[in-house]
Design a protein around this ligand. Structure first.
Ligand code: GLC
Ligand code: CA
Length: 551
């Protein structure tokens, strides 16, 4: 089936923090192979691997210095091929990260390009006349500071949307594009099952004189002209039975139709809008109502027209139970119920399935992420004390997602026999895979049950989406309907008890329980929900009624 990914469940692995097989404190490919039986038991259909390519590690693999080589810390190409083979034996597919907006500044192309203005590789990147004092424009980068870095030797500046160590490729250059496409083909011919396209909405840039108004990043977010490049990529993708998912910030839910419809550029994209924050700087949380509005808008705008990639965690964000839940097992289950039963392909980030929490960073030296260091420094420059700056800068740092996976209860978390590259959360003592595998009431078992539910009921793949209780600021409620089969999902995403009134048409139906995190939950006209209550019910609609509701 060419659209196998529609009823597949994805699992994202951040290799550095997943499982270390040789005691150097860094997760590796052999470690992933070791854990394949666990992933099979959990029920996942594919793995998205964060970058494993050769890299100087300024941005942990997102700065690639050789697209066709494996980072030695992670193992060898032979290890990778073994992973691919063993995963396929278990019917688990492998999706690779594809980073083609930029390379490392240590990539041979950039090293050559920087040698002189006449270098044949010069035009693979974006260079403009500049002086040390005056950059070509005022645009700001994602990691902080100008998007330009002055280069003394050739007296020009080069462009980067992230950091000077990650120079942007020049997509206008056909030779560069040809080399990238060849590389893509090379990986596909190796037998991988698809790509997650990193930062893909940034490959096209506005003219350099584009003025910045409200959004500093507008000149490189889904800029007109990107269609041509995406179409070229699609031509290659279409030749393989693969899955493609784009990290596409700046693509609106309406525009996402062009990206993810039957003849869209990709199969699906990640939206980057739903983490709407509220609260004081340093202790911000997700605003449930705003999150609900974003998620449900994407559901509606893509219903029957495109396809969603569903996620609540990844390697760039804090742990969801710490910023939306209350770190309890119950809240972890509530969040899982809320998003896994939506329409789209669900992704689970390593550790999310056991409810891993944020880490309490006590020193900036524990932080690896460069953007967090930059933010910390900016806060100090603004006059914050180092204590305040640490609290604010680490509140939402992506390093929360990068502490090692908690396999066991011992102080090494069963992650490594050596010194782990990132601190291990001490709560591994009680919060770990081994323990949760044994307990039928655990978050892990609940995830496994949800995954099975999704995979054995086509209503979750094919069913339409209808929102309920639109005005509730904390209750996420929706119906999924396929022919006469209907599923009702309801989740109280708040720490307060609440009573909601359900439509009469629903009360007249007989509902069966599919899953719930509180044994007393039933469909009633007045449903009383305790904090983080979650449930899904199903019913068979009688024909006329079904028609009436659909009008
Ligand atoms: C994406 C990745 C992020 C990385 C950046 C630069 O946003 O998810 O981790 O730092 O691209 O490649
Ligand atoms: Ca290792």
């Amino acid at each position: 089936m060419s659209d196998w990914w529609k009823n597949a469940i994805g699992y994202q692995i951040y290799p550095r923090s997943f499982k270390d097989s040789n005691g150097d404190g860094i997760g590796d490919i052999k470690g992933i192979i070791e854990k394949l039986p666990y992933l099979e038991w959990l029920g996942v259909d594919f793995i998205w691997l964060n970058p494993i390519y050769a890299s100087p590690n300024f941005d942990n693999g997102y700065d690639i210095s050789d697209f066709r080589a494996v980072q030695p810390e992670f193992g060898t190409m032979a290890d990778f091929k073994e992973l691919l083979k063993k995963a396929h034996e278990k019917n688990i597919r492998i999706i690779m990260d594809l980073v083609i907006n930029h390379t490392s500044n240590q990539h041979p192309w950039f090293i050559e390009a920087a040698k002189s203005k006449e270098s044949p590789y010069r035009d693979y990147y974006l260079w403009e006349n500049a002086t040390k004092e005056k950059m070509p424009n005022e645009w700001q980068s994602f990691f902080g500071g100008s998007t330009w870095t002055y280069h003394d030797l050739t007296e020009q500046a080069y462009f980067h949307v992230f950091a000077p160590e990650l120079p942007d490729l020049n997509w206008k250059n056909p030779q560069m594009r040809a080399e990238i496409k060849e590389m893509i083909q090379w990986w596909l011919d190796l037998g991988i099952d698809g790509f997650r396209l990193d930062a893909i909405s940034h490959i096209q840039k506005a003219p350099w004189d584009f003025p910045i108004s409200t959004n500093p990043w507008a000149p490189f977010m889904n800029v007109t002209g990107i269609e041509a490049y995406m179409t070229e990529l699609k031509e290659i993708f279409d030749r393989y039975p693969i899955m493609t998912v784009g990290e596409a910030s700046g693509v609106s839910s309406r525009e996402a139709v062009d990206w993810t419809s039957e003849d869209g550029f990709l199969n699906m994209i990640f939206e980057l809008e739903h983490n709407v924050r509220k609260g004081e700087l340093g202790s911000e949380r997700i605003d449930p109502l705003e999150m609900k509005k974003v998620l449900f808008r994407w559901q509606k705008d893509l219903d029957q027209k495109g396809w969603n990639a569903l996620y609540v965690e990844n390697h760039d964000n804090p742990r969801i139970v710490s910023i939306l839940g209350d770190e309890s097992e119950k809240s972890a289950k509530a969040i899982a119920t809320m998003y896994i039963l939506l329409k789209g392909t669900p992704f689970i980030y390593q550790g999310q399935e056991i409810g891993m929490t944020n880490y309490s960073f006590t020193s900036i030296n524990q932080i690896d992420a460069k953007d967090t260091h930059h933010y910390y420094q900016t806060l100090l420059d603004q006059g914050y004390s180092s204590k305040q700056a640490l609290k604010i800068a680490t509140d939402w740092t992506r390093d929360h997602a990068r502490t090692p996976m908690q396999w066991e209860s011992d102080s090494s978390a069963g992650f490594s026999t050596g010194k782990p590259w990132m601190p291990i959360n001490p709560n591994t003592k009680g919060l770990n895979v081994a323990r949760q595998k044994e307990s039928s009431a655990s978050v892990l078992r609940y995830y496994r049950q949800l995954i099975q539910l999704r995979k054995t009921n086509s209503v979750f793949v094919e069913g339409s989406f209808d929102e309920l209780l639109v005005d509730s600021p904390q209750v996420f409620a929706y119906l999924r309907t396929e022919k006469n089969r209907q599923v009702f999902v309801i989740v109280n995403m708040g720490a307060e008890e609440v009573t909601v009134k359900l439509p009469e048409t629903m009360i007249a139906q007989v509902w069966q329980i599919l899953i719930r995190n509180n044994e007393s939950l039933m469909v009633k006209e007045q449903m009383q929900l305790e904090p983080f209550d979650a449930a899904a019910f199903e019913t068979q609609l009688i024909e006329e009624k079904y028609k009436k509701e659909k009008q």
